[in-house]
Design a protein around this ligand. Structure first.
Ligand code: OSB
Ligand code: MG
Length: 368
């Protein structure tokens, strides 16, 4: 594959309802779309999943745009690519900026699968025909939260994740458990606690949670190891794992018993697969997280989650969970808590150009 053109698009989008984590509330959710075109006119799509502000990781929509335009796309143009796995090495000349890398790499993976007349999940070595999904519910008044949860369970979601923060944790989990004693349930703190909060976190051990996601600071795999030793509930790391090496260290230190893999956070599908394989060797289950993506990012996550060691439902809810209208056709739908994997070549969903154009507020055509 030799690339001559990459198109960047900045889409303004708004979530159906605001999403609140320990960090704050998000309603606007801009999307960066990457379209790559090769020498034969084959096209591939990727999505940059950073948010407008750098609360989740250090990246933002604008930093992704800059890194892509100034460094990553010029690197891609330099030489032909025979397999998307090569991009990991090529992009390693540039430090971090994983979501920017993943956006471009994802577009190349889609194009590669299309060129070889196979669905992306087959190109990745995935085996599942359907993936199980759960739903992530933001912080909101308890009556709204319970209603939202009931609705999600009626829709068939296989597991519910609720966001917690100091002061919004044990009481909420108790109330939820009171109403839903047997639902597969987990919590996500997005780094809001420290080891000083150990008693509060231990109190969560009484509620049969599947796992506690990222209780401590983003880079603190040492304290996570100390905490895991004192908790019955498995810790799942999210923000702390940005590479294969991070996963290796966390496994060695026993910082967690589960890892949430997000393609964007780890720099792409190739790295995500490497982490999956490593975790499989160490019998540490993984599952596929979400970033409130648009349809393109969602399609990549679905393909990834077909790999065999994805062991819990993904945070890949239906398009309708997030958007009035997604920009892919068909939209992602969930039936009985499952997404059926599509057999079309590449990501398996068409990008709806009319919907994309309606929302595009900035466009840049990069040429070799
Ligand atoms: O920590 O997993 C997270 C959303 C935005 C940023 C971080 C996270 C989340 C979610 C929702 O939990 C995932 C989704 O539904 O896409
Ligand atoms: Mg998380």
């Amino acid at each position: 594959m030799q690339f001559h053109t990459v198109i960047l698009r900045y889409l303004e989008m708004e979530l159906k309802s605001p999403f609140t984590t320990s960090f704050g509330t998000m309603k606007k959710r801009p999307v960066l779309l990457v379209e790559v075109i090769d020498q034969d006119g084959v096209r591939g799509w990727g999505e940059g999943v950073a948010f407008a502000a750098p609360w989740y990781t250090e990246e933002t929509i604008e930093t992704m745009w800059h890194m892509l335009e100034a460094f990553l796309i010029p690197l891609l143009f330099q030489a032909p690519v025979y397999h998307p796995d090569e991009l990991r090495d090529q992009f390693s000349l540039i430090r971090r900026n994983y979501m920017a890398k993943a956006a471009l790499e994802g577009a190349v993976w889609d194009l590669f699968a299309k060129r070889h007349h196979m669905p992306l999940h087959v190109a990745l070595g995935g085996e599942k025909k359907e993936v199980e999904v759960g739903v992530s519910i933001g912080i909101q008044p308890i009556t709204d939260l319970l209603k939202r949860m009931e609705q999600a369970l009626i829709e068939g979601y296989r597991r519910v994740k609720i966001k917690i923060k100091p002061g919004w944790d044990v009481d909420v989990v108790r109330a939820v458990r009171h109403h839903f004693p047997h639902v597969p349930l987990m919590v996500d703190a997005n780094c809001a606690y420290s080891l000083r909060d150990i008693a509060r976190l231990q109190a969560l051990d009484d509620y049969e949670l599947l796992m506690i996601e990222q209780p401590l600071a983003v880079d603190d795999i040492v304290d996570h190891a100390k905490l895991q030793a004192k908790l019955k509930t498995p810790i799942c790391l999210d923000e702390s794992i940005c590479s294969y090496e991070d996963a290796k260290r966390a496994i060695e230190l026993k910082s967690c018993r589960v890892i949430n893999i997000k393609i964007g956070r780890v720099g792409g599908l190739t790295e995500a697969k490497r982490i999956h394989d490593l975790c499989q060797q160490h019998h540490l289950p993984v599952w596929c997280g979400g970033m409130l993506e648009g349809g393109v990012g969602r399609a990549h996550s679905i393909a990834l989650a077909t790999l065999p060691y994805f062991s819990f439902p993904s945070d890949t809810a239906a398009s309708a969970n997030y958007w009035e209208r997604d920009f892919i056709t068909p939209e992602v739908t969930v039936r009985d808590g499952r997404i059926f994997v599509r057999h079309e070549f590449g990501i398996g969903y068409e990008v709806d150009v009319t919907e994309v154009e309606k929302r595009t507020v900035r466009l840049k055509i990069c040429k070799r």
